[in-house]
Design a protein around this ligand. Structure first.
Ligand code: SF4
Length: 387
């Protein structure tokens, strides 16, 4: 595999190995998105800090160093969303047609044969809640680090050198659209929403040299057709559920149909990550207790316990980090935490005073019945707001 991909990107006719021919589809992300922040998912939130605090050349070296590379120069780890798109593109167009690279390695993959560069984004304009919260808390320093890194990436001359189309996707793509930065950043197409189904159409058009739509709102994929990733993700991220359904007025996962991935699908991705040395597994989803819950939001203790125990027993999994959890399911069934708690503690990355403790992010919660009814009508399910 290494040899064939290497041939695909280098001109070997004169044996000079000088001229990069380019891979037809190159996928990348900014320096902050393409780092594991030294294996600390919470440190990654500091991408929302203002740039004036520490010079970025120091941050790149010591705070968010680039992910390691494979022998052919591709990125060993990449954001999970980018890996999902990579998987569907490889399935459709073949492995030799797609390369995922850190921004500092783009020169090795972008050449005259490159037709399209897909850029993943999380916080490209610094207008998400993380950046806004941190910049206002810190109170000075202007542009968030993540936005500055995105600007550095999107203005790199190599992106435009051979006339490849630039397609922007990822959870932060809306920021560029809303901030009216598409023209300034010379982005051909912004893709917003779940990408699996629509990405193939957009990238096929780009490969054929056809015009791309300026902005695309995606069609949701059939969950049963969502591919497993085929290369490891940063933080060993695996998706356990997609969508939510609790109905908060301010939330985009709310728009997606709730779906729990089958255990075999999840374990396949866990095994791939663990085998490739991610050490950590992040369980991506809006609330771990939504995993195979019923349609009245009653948590499914057996399923959650089986999920955690199965992942914990995969060789190579040192740490398990659930991304999010709501409080109402814990009130409904405290035993669920009693059962998974010891395993999560044992597999926790966090140690304070020589004691391991597990953590999870809880979203916005409130004790105000008025606010719950007005903005988060399903947040407390399976209870009523008054309860
Ligand atoms: S509970 Fe969280 S993920 Fe679900 S709709 Fe509300 S804010 Fe969104």
């Amino acid at each position: 595999m290494f040899y064939t991909k290497f041939r695909a990107i280098m001109d070997t006719k004169d044996n000079s190995f000088q001229q990069v021919q380019g891979v037809p589809i190159v996928l990348t992300g900014s320096a902050t998105d393409m780092s594991d922040f030294k294996l600390s998912p919470f440190r990654a939130f500091t991408g929302g800090f203002p740039t004036a605090i520490v010079p970025r050349f120091l941050l790149r070296k010591y705070w968010y160093p680039r992910v390691p590379t494979n022998g052919d120069g591709t990125a060993k780890y990449a954001p999970y969303g980018l890996r999902k798109i990579e998987a569907v593109l490889i399935r459709e167009f073949g492995e030799q047609t797609v390369a995922v690279a850190h921004p500092s390695n783009l020169e090795k993959f972008v050449g005259p044969e490159t037709k399209v560069i897909g850029v993943s984004s999380m916080e490209p304009a610094g207008t998400g809640f993380v950046s806004r919260t941190y910049t206002s808390l810190v109170g000075f320093g202007g542009e968030p680090v993540a936005a500055a890194e995105f600007r550095d990436l999107i203005t790199k001359p190599i992106l435009r050198k051979w006339g490849a189309k630039i397609v922007l996707g990822g959870s932060g793509a809306w920021q560029i659209h809303n901030s009216k930065l598409q023209k300034k950043y010379r982005i051909d197409c912004i893709v917003m929403g779940e990408g699996e189904k629509t990405a193939v159409k957009i990238f096929r058009k780009a490969l054929n040299g056809e015009e791309l739509p300026r902005v695309v709102e995606t069609e949701p994929p059939n969950p049963k057709e969502i591919s497993c990733i085929v290369n490891p993700s940063i933080f060993g991220t695996v998706e356990i559920t997609r969508g939510c359904g609790r109905g908060c007025k301010f939330c985009s996962p709310m728009m997606r149909k709730r779906y729990s991935f089958p255990l075999e699908h999840i374990l396949k991705e866990v095994e791939l990550n663990a085998k490739n040395g991610t050490r950590m597994i992040i369980l991506a989803g809006e609330d771990i207790f939504l995993y195979r819950c019923n349609n009245k939001f009653l948590p499914n203790r057996e399923a959650v316990v089986e999920l955690i125990n199965s992942i914990a027993s995969v060789p190579g999994v040192e740490f398990i980090q659930p991304a999010h959890a709501a409080l109402a399911p814990v009130v409904y069934d405290p035993e669920i935490v009693e059962e998974i708690g010891p395993v999560l503690r044992e597999k926790s990355y966090w140690v304070t005073d020589k004691t391991r403790h597990s953590s999870v992010e809880v979203g916005i919660e409130t004790g105000s019945i008025r606010l719950v009814k007005k903005y988060m009508p399903g947040k407390m399910l399976p209870y009523k707001p008054e309860e």
